[in-house]
Design a protein around this ligand. Structure first.
Ligand SMILES: NC(=O)c1ccc[n+]([C@@H]2O[C@H](COP(=O)([O-])OP(=O)(O)OC[C@H]3O[C@@H](n4cnc5c(N)ncnc54)[C@H](O)[C@@H]3O)[C@@H](O)[C@H]2O)c1
Ligand SMILES: O=C(O)C[C@H](O)C(=O)O
Length: 338
C-alpha cells in the first residue's frame, strides 16, 4: 500500500539554498523513495514572483513523489500540519561579517516561526534550523513553541561535518565513504571544534583511527581545524554568496538521518539542546555527536577528550552562552521564554 503523503515546509523557499534543497526533498532523497510529499514553500511578500517561478520549475521536474506544492507568505498556511520543517529563510552573511552579526535581524524571524509551529504544525514535527546564527535561532524558535518537545528542534552543523570529513578523506587519500565519526562540537561559527579524534578510516580494507592514519597532530590541531572553521567565509569570498548547494545537501543528510536513524557504531553531529554533557553550558543548542534510533537522537556519551579538545569546547560553549544572552536582549527578556 502506498504511504500517505507527509507535509514538509521549507522557509526561504525563493532563496538560493532552497533552490537545491526542494529538488532533493521532492526526489525522495530525505524521506524515502516511497514517501509522497506535499511541499509547503514559505517566503515573504516581495519574493512572491520568484516563488511562482520555483513552483513552475518544480512542476516541470515532473517528480512522481511530489503530490502538491503550497506556495505561501502566510506562516499559518506554511506550517499547517507539517511533519518536517527546514527553516532556511533568513538573511545570509556577507563578506567580512561573522554569523552572529545576523543575530538581531534573524532571531525575530525565528520567534514568529516558533509561534507558528506551536499553533499549526504536528506536535511531532522535526525542525531543522539552517538560517544563521543557526544554533541560537533554533533555541529561540523552540522557546516560542512550548507545545512541541524541545528534542524536536535542531540546528545544522552537518555541513561542517561534511567539510571536515572531506578534508580528512583528501588528506589520507581515500574516498569520502571510507571516513566516519568526525565530530563537530559547539556552535556553527568560527569557534566550532571540528574533532577528528574519534574518527575512523578504512585504508586498504583495514579500519583504523584517523589519528593513526593521518599521523600529524600539528595538522589535526592546526590547519584542519582552521580550514573547517573558516570554510563558510572562504566560500563567500570566492562566490560572493554563501554556500548553497553544499548547505542543501547537508540539510538533506541531517533530516535523512534523523528520519531513518544511524547505523550501529556510526554517529553524526547535530546542534541539539545541551544537557551539560562534556561540560558544555546547559540549555543552549550545542553540536554534539549523536546516535539516532526511532527518530530520537541521543548524545554519544563516554568519549574521552584531550585537554586541547576540552579547551576548544569551552570556547565555543562560552560563545553560545553569549549569543543566548544577546538574543534575550533583542527579544526583550520580559516576554521571552528562553
Ligand atoms: N547552518 C549552515 O550550515 C548554513 C549554511 C549555509 C547558509 N546558511 C544560512 O541559511 C540562510 C539562507 O541562506 P540562502 O543563501 O538561501 O539565502 P537567500 O538570501 O538566498 O535566501 C533567503 C530567503 O529567505 C527569505 N526570507 C527572509 N525572511 C523570511 C521569513 N521571515 N520567512 C520566510 N522566508 C524568509 C528571503 O526572502 C529569501 O528568499 C542564511 O541565514 C545563511 O547564512 C546556513
Ligand atoms: O558561512 C556562512 O555564513 C554561511 C554558512 O553558514 C556556511 O557555513 O557556509
Amino acid at each position: 500500500m502506498k504511504a500517505e503523503p507527509i507535509r514538509v515546509v521549507v522557509t526561504g523557499a525563493a532563496g538560493q539554498i532552497a533552490y537545491s534543497l526542494l529538488y532533493m526533498i521532492a526526489r525522495g532523497e530525505v524521506f524515502g523513495k516511497d514517501q509522497p510529499i506535499v511541499l509547503h514553500l514559505l517566503d515573504i511578500p516581495p519574493m512572491v514572483g520568484v516563488l511562482e517561478g520555483v513552483v513552475m520549475e518544480l512542476a516541470d521536474c515532473a517528480l512522481p513523489l511530489l503530490v502538491e506544492v503550497v506556495p505561501t507568505t502566510d506562516p499559518a498556511v506554511g506550517f499547517k500540519d507539517v511533519s518536517a520543517a527546514f527553516l532556511v529563510g533568513a538573511m545570509p552573511r556577507k563578506e567580512g561579517m561573522e554569523r552572529k552579526d545576523l543575530l538581531s535581524a534573524n532571531v525575530k524571524i525565528f520567534r514568529t516561526q516558533g509561534e507558528a509551529l506551536d499553533k499549526f504544525a504536528k506536535k511531532d514535527v522535526k525542525v531543522l534550523v539552517v538560517g544563521n546564527p543557526a544554533n541560537t535561532n533554533a533555541l529561540v524558535c523552540s522557546s516560542y513553541a512550548p507545545s512541541i518537545p524541545r528534542e524536536n528542534f535542531s540546528a545544522m552543523t552537518r555541513l561542517d561535518q561534511n567539510r571536515a570529513t572531506s578534508q580528512i578523506a583528501a588528506k589520507v587519500g581515500v574516498p569520502i565513504s571510507a571516513v566516519s565519526n568526525i565530530i563537530i562540537w559547539g556552535n556553527h561559527s568560527s569557534t566550532q571544534y571540528p574533532d577528528a579524534g574519534q574518527g575512523k578510516v578504512t585504508v586498504n580494507g583495514a579500519t583504523k583511527s584517523v589519528v593513526e592514519a593521518v599521523n600529524d597532530t600539528a595538522y589535526l590541531q592546526g590547519s584542519f581545524v582552521e580550514t573547517v572553521q573558516k570554510r563558510g567565509a572562504a566560500v563567500i569570498a570566492a562566490r560572493k554568496m554563501s554556500s548553497a548547494m553544499s548547505a542543501a545537501k547537508a540539510a538533506c543528510d541531517h533530516m535523512h538521518d534523523w528520519w531513518n536513524g544511524t547505523a550501529p557504531g556510526q554517529f553524526v553531529s547535530m546542534g541539539v539542546f545541551s544537557d551539560g554533557s562534556y561540560d558544555s553550558p546547559k540549555d543552549v543548542i550545542f553540536s554534539f555527536p549523536v546516535e539516532i534510533k526511532n527518530k530520537q537522537w541521543k548524545i554519544v556519551s563516554g568519549l574521552t577528550l584531550s585537554d586541547f579538545a576540552k579547551n576548544k569546547l569551552s570556547v565555543t560553549g562560552k560563545e553560545l552562552q553569549e549569543e543566548k544572552d544577546e538574543a534575550l536582549s533583542v527579544l526583550d527578556s520580559s516576554v521571552s521564554n528562553l
